[in-house]
Design a protein. Structure first.
Length: 123
């Protein structure tokens, strides 16, 4: 998975695509110039990389996603927890919440997620 993770610049570019898809490659070039200050060649280079990583497709000059923003975020998160915390979600949550209190809403949400998981559901 680590070979397929998005860098910060790639993630920002991916957000542009997800927010405007389907989008013509020409319009994506214009959008990238306006939002990122990129030249046409930079846009196509990064787009090609993201297509090779399996995030997007560019067919007939139309760019669209192969995976949703949410699927990408989930995969990135799982990879981060695996790499940094040995795959331990409790260790990640302990580090993430260190020095701060959860709101009641956050705590309730976590309880619901755990209950759904224990019941065999997916969140």
């Amino acid at each position: 998975m680590s070979d397929n993770r998005l860098g910060l610049v790639e993630a920002h570019f991916a957000e542009l695509i997800w927010s405007h898809e389907p989008i013509s490659s020409g319009d994506l070039v214009k959008l990238s110039r306006a939002e990122l200050g990129w030249q046409k060649s930079t846009t196509y280079t990064v787009l090609k990389k993201l297509c090779e990583k399996g995030y997007f497709r560019n067919e007939g000059g139309i760019v669209s996603s192969r995976i949703s923003r949410e699927q990408a975020q989930a995969a990135e998160s799982r990879g981060y927890v695996a790499d940094r915390f040995g795959g331990s979600l409790p260790a990640f949550l302990t580090a993430f919440t260190a020095g701060r209190r959860l709101t009641q809403e956050e705590a309730d949400g976590l309880r619901r997620m755990i209950e759904e998981y224990e019941e065999g559901g997916e969140s």
